[in-house]
Design a protein around this ligand. Sequence first.
Ligand SMILES: [Zn+2]
Length: 507
Amino acid sequence: MKKSEEKPIKMEKKEIVEADEKKVSSSLEAQTVIPTAATGPAGPIPSAENERPQRLRKKRKLLMDSGDEEDAIEDEEDKIRGHQKRGKTTKHGKSASAQKKKLWNWVSYLEEEKMPAAPLKLFKEHQSFPQSRNSFKVGLKLEGIDLEHPSLYCVLTVVEVQGYRIRLHFDGYPDCYDFWVNADSLDIHPVGWCEKTGHKLIPPKGYKDGEFSWPTYLKQCKAQAAPKTFFKSYNTPVTPTGFRAGMKLEAVDRKNPSLLCVATVSDIVENRLLIHFDNWDHSYDYWCDASSPYIRPVGHCQENTISLTPPPEFKDPKCFSWESYLEKTGTQTAPARAFKVRPPHGFLPQMKLEAVDKRNPMLIRVCTIVEIEENRIKLHFDGWSSLYDYWVDADSPDLHPVGWCAKTGHPLQLPPGVADISPVPGQCCPIAGCKGIGHVRGPKYGYHYTAVGCPYSEVNLNRESFLPDRLSGERPLPSHHTLKARRLETPNPFPDPSPDSPQSRSF
Ligand SMILES: [Zn+2]
């Protein structure tokens, strides 16, 4: 029905992609690397030499667990500065360190590996080369979704800027809950957005509901709000979707993907839908668009003889019928025409790309696709054991085309062994390939020195989370099996719809 409206948008996007393909080839050739001990063979950016010491200082401030680590970092910084100086002065390779210095670039790497780069056209706009620069600065405040609690909007501060990415901090909470997003993330909004759109803003810890006001808070913190024009959501045209808040559908539980469940569109922001599972707690909610493969119209399960998981009050799934449920709840179904078909992602095994390492989200690594599914790809980190491979949605904002780091000014972690230099004693973690960057306890710690703190050690590898829930303080459960059990046992703490839930608003 909206075909005529969609067409011009697609054409425009194509032109941008073509223009970008030309730009990329030049950025790929220009990419060279001066490896450093601190970031591994990272940082192929023209300004990297100037930025790195500053970044290390920032990290040092974040270190809290031991004085030893601080001393080590200080040594580290000196070494890096020295290394960089030598790199500059011995341009023609007179010293040993200059001989060790190798240049790395995607073009020769792809030739060596005899594998292709994933074509730029396969990447969505939010994965591809940004159209504008990252304007965010450390200290700016904003509102945004907590991805662990996707229905909640929180008060956030930018605490680190790295290329086109920003690290955000929940005001009033420990640093370990900080998280990274791209500067064009639709999960973030300017100060005042919640009030304007009728969403509830969760105030910083320590503030009671109704006590919080942005103008007073900014004054108290002597902080500034991030200007509206920095936000992608501010510039995104909204296409009518045919979905309305409160409509019912059948949706995959992303935490238990074998379950298709009775669900509600509980919020709509820009072109995205918040999916909530009827009478389950909000931690299972997720955001998606109308073409998401995880949502289906009411009746999909019956038509395809798949079992539908009803809300928890239906002890026997056979007792559930959509007809009586809709009547009882006085709700409507989302119209079948609102669901869009997503075209195949087009990624193939052996294609290379750059991807955020979920175990250490401050890092972007050189990756190869090793397997594909209809909506997902399996990533392999080049030079690492296949133990670390994992599946990721093909439209994840953490996937980027080759050359993205170089172009956006983000360090790129090269495969271990490539363009490598000998590790600095005391710096390197015992796990093969790991440079000791990051920490299993979150971005509060810049470095780790032992397998216990290492995101890649055997003990930590398959743990979902190491932190208690930010809001409830509940400890994470050890595996997805118990998670499933928790879902089946947990009484619903949020009656649905709750008085402040977006469902009570009209659209
Ligand atoms: Zn490690």
